[in-house]
Design a protein around this ligand. Structure first.
Ligand code: 26V
Length: 758
């Protein structure tokens, strides 16, 4: 039964022991937190049959208060109670620190999956680490990224300390992994648990000069940061420490819970399904085998049990992101696992003579993904194109050996956070037009298509977008003292800064536009170009791209002739909270990775759902978005993945030829080292980026440049010349976003891989 306004008022006033109107925002926040905890506790139900453990080094959960209130059906009455007491929900939300326990898409996907599991009433818990500091806090100083720790833990936080500890042996010493439990509420569904492990001995005082710390003091630093910098050896070794703490404590928890539910270990797969989220948790395979063997199960049977229990998701084809640990590291940190890994390597070699499929290679590196594919029953990619590339090229040898293991699960996003919470205006309008069914059955969004030619509906969509732009503009003014026009097309590229995502292509476009405007070739409409992106602290070229964007932004802002038509804004510290403000305000969503490189993307889905049109390459889930909306409702450009793959195979790409052969490209690239930029920016960074683009350009920015400029110009023209037509396209995008609900994704995982009990 949902609580009434009066009941909520009473609960909060009993908790705070005061009239609400006299409480501070902090007091109200804490009282709400307690109320949510109690309410979610009541929705925990015993598990029958198979239960999922989604094990992941990242859970980018974002702020939880509003999300939990929505899921528990308490948001509207709480808002009413607060308003009656003269308080604003948005002020209370501000009190909560964001847990940024992930880098980007992979971690946010894990958070969306937890939401959908609980919403679909499926028993599925998360297993991860309780980092004291999530991803660093980014600020810009002197045009460069500065990194600071981003604390989220306070005395009262969502993750509750338990008395449960598990011993974990690391480099011959035993550590005690303490379990913290965070309630995961489902929308009108059950409550599951996110299990996070930590050590009691972590010492936050060892952090100095930004995010530096002594990487060797394991007892003090193990869970201090979301896996830290792996640019040096100590950082890489620390990652292994973290990963093993997570999987060993996780495996002990899984076995303990399963046994408590009647499991006899031989039948573990009937009680537990373990989803390995990328290779970070892969050591769970040998660890479980080791633990089962200790309990008397023979190696061969243990391998079978673990294979039947575990499944693996691949999230990237980028070779540099696939973990291959030097054997020496594992020998030092987890010597107890090496005999198991060696036996697994032998077993793998007995199944295939192909050296490329071995677990331990000739250079003594341990290929975590290979172990996953051999010793789990399912390997999935995260979008149709990505899975095809895995099968046909990257993992082709494995696909020939185990065709039955390969499957696709196109990613999804939770509509509770990425529509209901972040875009209440659109949600309310949708309720009015098509009812509330879309919240649990995302395909019902298609009902919106009936309004494609309804002027009133289209006008209201325009009005909502305008209000959301105003809200973003206000927020940018409050937080960064940046003023942006709301009478412009909002073009947004927000995601991690990585060369393959090609923020540098957008950068070259901005320079091109600068020249065009200066030459009197005015665009069809003014545009605000917005970026949000963090670069890994040791990723030099990524930081150079940030610097170049910040510098271009300054050059343009200082030129009134250009800035009337074009503004460039870089949002500081892009995180889930910022995304929730940016996405609803967007007109044009930039999804411009080099085809074949973006496994899926999930930002693309969030923008679409909030009525933005995609400007993108045929990469990742863009391909499926394009199929859903049809070519008239998306702006596709650039090389196809086949062309890209062939170009890599032929190794015949020469950036310099493109640069020398095209005056527009040359003009844009050379601007980086011209006077306008040098006067404002740093010579070292700009020169390095310029050199990178003409001498390497590994992600083939230049061949896609002209097509990108043309397509973006087309989008701007459509927006300006045919606003009704534009809004219709937006409507189709919203209506066709149903397949990108993580509820659909999770239902497929369950039907095809997990087969969970209820
Ligand atoms: C990590 C790294 C780290 C070392 C430097 C290069 C590099 C390149 C890529 C990555 C990504 C690792 C895995 C990952 O986060 N994949 C993302 O997963 C999302 C959820 O499935 C998906 O939507 C994104 O397309 C994919 O990049």
């Amino acid at each position: 039964m949902n609580k009434t306004v009066e009941q909520i008022k009473e609960i909060l006033e009993t908790e705070t022991k005061k009239a609400l109107s006299t409480c501070t925002d902090q007091e109200i926040y804490l009282a709400l937190l307690k109320m949510v905890e109690k309410e979610s506790e009541a929705r925990k139900t015993p598990v029958k049959g198979r239960k999922l453990y989604y094990i992941s080094a990242e859970f980018l959960i974002g702020k939880l208060l509003s999300n939990n209130l929505i899921n528990l059906g308490l948001y509207d009455p709480v808002k009413a109670v607060l308003e009656a007491a003269g308080k604003k929900m948005s002020d209370i939300e501000e009190v909560e620190p964001e847990p940024s326990l992930g880098n980007g898409g992979l971690g946010r996907l894990a958070a969306c999956f937890l939401d959908s599991l609980a919403t679909l009433n499926l028993p599925g818990d998360g297993v991860g680490l309780r980092y004291h500091y999530g991803l660093f806090h980014q600020s810009f100083q002197g045009g460069v990224q500065n990194e600071l720790p981003d604390p989220w833990l306070s005395e009262h936080s969502w993750a509750e300390k338990t008395d449960t500890v598990y011993p974990v042996e690391l480099a011959g010493r035993t550590y005690q992994a303490r379990l913290y439990k965070l309630a995961v509420t489902g929308y009108e569904g059950r409550t599951n648990t996110l299990n996070l492990f930590d050590l009691d001995t972590i010492d936050e005082t060892i952090v100095h000069d930004g995010i530096l710390f002594d990487k060797t003091k394991i007892d003090k630093n193990l869970t201090l940061f979301l896996y830290p910098d792996d640019s040096d050896e100590a950082g890489r070794r620390l990652r292994i420490y973290q990963q093993y703490l997570m999987v060993s404590a996780g495996a002990q928890l899984i076995l303990e819970e399963s046994v408590a539910r009647g499991c006899k270990l031989h039948d573990l797969a009937d009680y537990a399904a373990i989803q390995i989220n990328d290779t970070h948790p892969s050591m769970v395979i040998p660890e479980l085998i080791r633990l089962l063997a200790k309990k008397g199960i023979k190696f061969k049977e243990a391998v079978k049990i673990v294979t039947d229990t575990c499944a693996y998701t691949n999230h990237t084809i980028l070779a540099e992101a696939l973990e291959k640990w030097p054997r020496e590291y594992l020998d030092d940190v987890v010597p107890q696992l090496m005999p198991v890994i060696e036996e697994l390597d032998q077993l793998a070699r007995s199944r295939s003579k192909d050296e490329k499929l071995a677990i331990i290679d000739k250079d003594d590196r341990v290929h975590m993904a290979h172990m996953d594919i051999h010793f789990t029953h399912s390997t999935n990619g995260v979008a149709a194109l990505h899975t095809e590339i895995l099968k046909e090229s990257e993992l082709h040898g494995f696909y020939e050996l185990y065709p039955e293991k390969f499957n696709n699960k196109t990613n999804g996003i939770t509509f509770r956070r990425w529509l209901m919470e972040c875009d209440p205006l659109l949600t309310e309008a949708l309720e009015k037009w098509i009812g509330t069914g879309f919240k649990k059955d995302s395909n019902e969004l298609e009902k919106l298509l009936a309004y494609e030619n309804d002027e009133k509906v289209l006008e209201e969509l325009t009005r909502i977008k305008k209000e959301n732009k105003q809200a973003l503009a206000d927020w940018l003014w409050e937080t960064q003292k940046v003023k942006i026009s709301t009478d412009a097309l909002y073009d947004i590229q927000s995601k991690r800064l990585h060369e393959y995502k090609r923020q540098q292509l957008n950068l070259l476009y901005l320079i091109h536009q600068y020249y065009e405007i200066k030459a009197g070739h005015l665009p069809a409409a003014p545009m605000v170009s917005i970026f949000g992106a963090k670069a890994a602290p040791a990723y030099i070229i990524a930081k150079d791209i940030i610097h170049a964007l910040l510098t271009v932004s300054k050059v343009i802002a200082a030129d009134p002739e250009v800035s009337r038509w074009l503004q460039v804004v870089f949002v500081e510290n892009y995180n889930v909270t910022a995304a929730e403000k940016m996405i609803p305000a967007c007109d044009l969503s930039e999804q411009i990775s080099l085809a074949s490189k973006e496994a899926s993307g999930t930002g693309n889905m969030k923008f679409m759902l909030n009525g933005a049109l995609t400007l993108g390459t045929m990469d990742g889930a863009n391909v499926e978005i394009s199929e859903q909306v049809g070519s008239d409702n998306i702006y596709i450009f650039g090389q196809t993945s086949d062309q890209v793959i062939h170009r890599y195979e032929a190794a015949d790409y020469c950036a310099k030829q493109w640069y020398e052969g095209d005056p527009n490209i040359r003009r844009a690239v050379d601007f980086l080292i011209g006077d306008e930029m040098m006067n404002v920016g740093q010579k070292e960074n700009l020169t390095r980026l310029h050199h990178e683009l003409i001498s390497k350009d590994w992600f083939q920015t230049l061949p896609d440049f002209n097509a990108y400029v043309v397509r973006k110009g087309q989008a701007l023209a459509d927006y300006a010349v045919n606003p009704v037509g534009w809004r219709k396209k937006c409507l189709v995008n919203i209506a066709k976003a149903g397949m990108f609900s993580s509820d659909r994704t999770i239902a497929q995982y369950n039907e095809e891989i997990w087969h969970l009990g209820k």
